[in-house]
Design a protein around this ligand. Structure first.
Ligand SMILES: [Zn+2]
Length: 292
C-alpha cells in the first residue's frame, strides 16, 4: 500500500488536493476520476493518513496493519463490479461505521468504485447523514449518476485526473512488464490495465490476436465477436477481470477495423451481459488463432 508521500512523486497535484481535503476534515470523501486513475490506491493512502498517529508513514505497525487489511478501525468493502452487494455486507459496513474507533483516532470505511457496485444507495446515504464524529467514509467513482448523486452531495468531492504517461510506464516497471509502445497505448492511461496485462501470459501477443481477426470480421462480424468471447484467458480470477480483458480486446479489434466499429459496439453491449454467464474457457478457436 502506497503512502501519500510516495504517490506525490508521480501525482503531486492530486495528492495536494487530497491533503487539502483531509485538512478540511469532512466525514466523507469521494474521489472522482476516470476508471483506472488509481483511486483505490489514493483511498488507501488516505486511510493510512487518517488512521496512523504517524500521519501515514507506511512502515509503522499501524500502517502495516492497514495494508494487511488487519487494522480493527479500517474496513475495505468487499464488492465486485456489476454484482449485487449482499445486504449482510452492507449492514456490516454501516454497523462498522457506527462504532467508535478502538485504536486509531478515526474509523475508516473504504468503498472503491462505488458507482460500479449494485447496492442500496439510500442505506449508504442514511449512514453518511448521521456520521459518528470519528468515522470517515472514503469512496471513489468514475461516474456520478442519478442514484449516486445524493451520496456524492454529502461528500467532499476530490477530482482526480488520469495518470500521466510517466506513471503508467512506472507501473509497468513495478509489475516487471516491458512497456512496449502497443501495450502502453492499450492501457488507455489506466493503471488497472497494467496490472491486468501483467497477469496475462504474453500479453502483447495475446492482445494482438484481437487486431488480427481481419478476415473473420470481414466475413462475419457476429462470428468474430463470438470468437472474442471464447478467447478469454482461463487464468483470470474474476469475471470482472475477464470482462475487462474482453473490453480491451474489443477496443483493439474496433481500432483495427473502424469500418465495423458501430456494429461491433452495438453487438458487444448486447453480448456482454450474456458473456457474464458463460463459463470462462478457452476453446479450439484460440488454438486456431495462435497457430494462424
Ligand atoms: Zn505509519
Amino acid at each position: 500500500m502506497k503512502t501519500l508521500s510516495a504517490l506525490a512523486s508521480y501525482r503531486r497535484a492530486s495528492v495536494d488536493r487530497i491533503r487539502q481535503a483531509l485538512d478540511a476534515d469532512s466525514s466523507s470523501y469521494l474521489i472522482k476520476g476516470p476508471r483506472g486513475c488509481g483511486a483505490d490506491e489514493l483511498l488507501g493512502a488516505m486511510a493510512l493518513a487518517l488512521v496512523g498517529a504517524c500521519g501515514g508513514c507506511g512502515v509503522c505497525s499501524s500502517c502495516v496493519a492497514v495494508a494487511d487489511g488487519e487494522h480493527p478501525d479500517v474496513l475495505f468493502a468487499q464488492g465486485e463490479r456489476g454484482k449485487l452487494v449482499p445486504v449482510e455486507e452492507l449492514r456490516r459496513l454501516v454497523r462498522f461505521a457506527s462504532l467508535a474507533p478502538t485504536q486509531a483516532a478515526h474509523r475508516v470505511v473504504i468503498i472503491p468504485d462505488i458507482d460500479t457496485l449494485r447496492l442500496s444507495f439510500p442505506v449508504i446515504l442514511k449512514a453518511l447523514e448521521e456520521p459518528p464524529t470519528a468515522t470517515r467514509w472514503l469512496l471513489s467513482a468514475a461516474l456520478i449518476g442519478a442514484e449516486l448523486a445524493p451520496v456524492a452531495s454529502r461528500c467532499f468531492v476530490i477530482e482526480i485526473e488520469a495518470p500521466s504517461m510517466a506513471e503508467i510506464e512506472g507501473r509497468f516497471d513495478e509489475v516487471q512488464l516491458e512497456p512496449t509502445e502497443q501495450l502502453v497505448r492499450w492501457t488507455r492511461r489506466r493503471l488497472d490495465r497494467v496490472a491486468l496485462f501483467a497477469r496475462l501470459t504474453d500479453a502483447e501477443r495475446y492482445l494482438s490476436g484481437f487486431a488480427n481477426l481481419p478476415d473473420l470480421v470481414r466475413e462475419d462480424a457476429r462470428w468474430s465477436l463470438e470468437l472474442v468471447y471464447r478467447l478469454t484467458p482461463r487464468d483470470l480470477a474474476t469475471t470482472a477481470e475477464a470482462e475487462e480483458v474482453l473490453q480491451c480486446g474489443l477496443e483493439i479489434l474496433i481500432a483495427a477495423h473502424p469500418e465495423n466499429a458501430d456494429w461491433l459496439r452495438r453487438a458487444s453491449r448486447a453480448s456482454l451481459s450474456l458473456a457474464r454467464h458463460l463459463p470462462i474457457q478457452l476453446v479450439l478457436a484460440e488454438l486456431i488463432l495462435r497457430e494462424g
